[in-house]
Design a protein around this ligand. Structure first.
Ligand code: CO
Ligand code: CO
Length: 497
């Protein structure tokens, strides 16, 4: 999920200024098939034994090259030369040397096909299937889940942390929380990997969301049909925002929207265990024309991840993100667009059962001097746009969440419907964000009046879709990481992005 910046960042006049540009004609150029092969190759390396290797970069540039096509040509020279690590692919590789998220047409494997996830090679293990149906906990011996990518904290002043015995000892404090987060991250990786092999134009947005939601529950060892529990489950509704919609769209029932070849779709889904949430997102596009846009955002996110660290100013991270994002351009239908960061969307820190715990990581430089601190969990997410680079709320709301700070407050409610619904939310979602579909699925049908009463009373907040100008395209990449005393761990990092 994305954290919108404070409301004053959106002048009222902005709404009026939003002109409705013509949506570019769907070009639907046939995408390269290289994406499939490349994805296949990368998946083969996935698994538990690779845990130790995750720190040193895969150094794969072939992935970027496959889908990137003319991305290199589109990319502007950066004013400040940034040293790239891990990959020899030059402009094709991103800041972390991780291959560009692959694209191209995909063919759904038949149900029951073994997934490339073949976890712990050292022991008899269970292998993941497609669709995801094996609990990740059953794939790893003694429930030792793979670590994320380990990076040093950003900032010269943090070099002492690497190799500090004292800091390493202090890392241990977070072991049990990190076990939960690593399991949740592994579920995320396996679900998205399987999803990418399955998804193709023509699927409805409901099918897309439910495929991910089913996979997440199976990966967590839960039955899809069983009602949600607070111990483990979805972190928040499955975002699948399309084109100019940047965030907070998931279909409600009756929504018949279908994914099209020319769409740019942001898949943002969460996995939580004991309230420890992995919030991680990528952009799905079939048409390679969007590659430079996706690459801009992926590199911007990786730049933010690299810069993050204890005592690093959030605004400085935003500044670095902005610089990288704005160094890209994308050409669509003969018009060249400088990629703009969406300035009123932010990353955020994450608390227990609290997706937005109060701190924001901007994606442009600002005047805020707040710093990151040891022991904090963050999601850095960046959004690039060919539109205004600013979003407003628009469209039917699907995302709701109990207001965390008021979770314990007693508030009188008028109707039985609202009281029952509040009890339902407390039981199944607590202070986690939820989708209207999930209420319908679990017996709270006809919830709209009750939901309105709860939002009017300030007990539940609504999070409508956040949109840029119609006709524009937006992309997003997001990872969750933890600031351990000795290093930071990019928990949700995979070999895909
Ligand atoms: Co987020
Ligand atoms: Co998110």
């Amino acid at each position: 999920m994305a954290a919108p910046a404070s409301p004053e960042a959106v002048p009222a006049a902005a709404l009026a200024a939003l002109s409705v540009a013509d949506a570019p004609a769907a070009a639907a150029a046939s995408a390269s098939t290289a994406g499939d092969k490349q994805q296949q190759e990368k998946k083969e390396q996935a698994g538990g034994d690779d845990a130790e290797d995750s720190g040193d970069d895969e150094g794969e540039e072939e992935g970027a090259a496959a889908a990137g096509g003319d991305a290199a040509a589109k990319k502007k020279k950066k004013k400040k030369k940034k040293k790239k690590t891990g990959a020899a692919g030059g402009a094709q590789a991103n800041a972390c040397g991780v291959a560009l998220f692959c694209q191209g047409p995909r063919v759904a494997p038949p149900a029951g096909t073994p997934s490339p996830y073949n976890a712990n090679k050292a022991v008899k293990h269970r292998q993941q299937l497609s669709p995801v149906s094996v609990a990740v906990a059953d794939m790893f011996k003694d429930k030792i889940f793979p670590e994320g990518q380990i990076l040093p904290h950003g900032g010269e002043f943090n070099t002492f942390r690497t190799g500090s015995e004292e800091k390493r000892a202090a890392d241990r404090l977070y072991d049990s929380m990190l076990t939960d987060l690593r399991e949740a991250a592994e579920v995320h990786r396996q679900v998205r990997s399987d999803f990418m092999r399955w998804v193709k134009p023509g699927k409805t947005m409901i099918e897309i969301s439910q495929y991910i939601e089913r996979g997440t529950r199976a990966g967590l060892g839960l039955k899809y049909e069983a009602p949600p529990v607070l111990e483990r489950g979805w972190g928040f509704p499955t975002g699948c925002s399309l084109n100019h919609v940047a965030a907070h769209y998931t279909p409600n029932y009756k929504d018949t929207t279908v994914l099209k070849e020319a769409d740019v779709c942001k898949i943002d889904f969460g996995v939580q265990i004991n309230g420890h949430i992995i919030d991680c997102a990528f952009t799905l596009a079939f048409d390679p024309r969007y590659d430079p846009l996706l690459q801009a955002v992926q590199e911007a996110t990786n730049t933010g991840l690299k810069a993050a660290g204890v005592d690093v100013r959030l605004s400085d991270i935003g500044g670095e993100i902005q610089e990288v994002m704005e160094s890209f351009e994308v050409e669509l239908n003969g018009v060249t667009h400088r990629v703009k960061p969406i300035r009123n969307l932010c990353g955020h820190n994450i608390g227990r059962y609290s997706i937005h715990a109060g701190k924001s990581v901007p994606i442009v430089r600002n005047q805020d001097h707040t710093k990151m601190e040891e022991g904090e969990l963050y999601a850095i997410e960046t959004f690039g746009s060919t539109g205004r680079g600013m979003v407003l709320e628009d469209g039917e709301c699907s995302h709701y969440m109990k207001v965390f700070d008021r979770a314990q407050e007693f508030r009188p409610l008028r109707t039985k419907g609202a009281k029952d619904l509040l009890r339902h939310i407390d039981t199944h979602h607590g202070t986690l964000a939820f989708a209207r579909r999930w209420l319908d699925d679990n017996g709270a049908t006809g919830h709209m009046a009750g939901l309105r009463e709860l939002t009017d009373a300030g007990i539940v907040s609504k999070h409508p879709p956040l949109v840029d100008i119609k006709g524009s395209y937006t992309a997003q990449f997001e990872h969750t990481f933890f600031l351990k005393p000795s290093s930071k761990e990019i928990l949700s990092r995979g070999d895909d992005y």
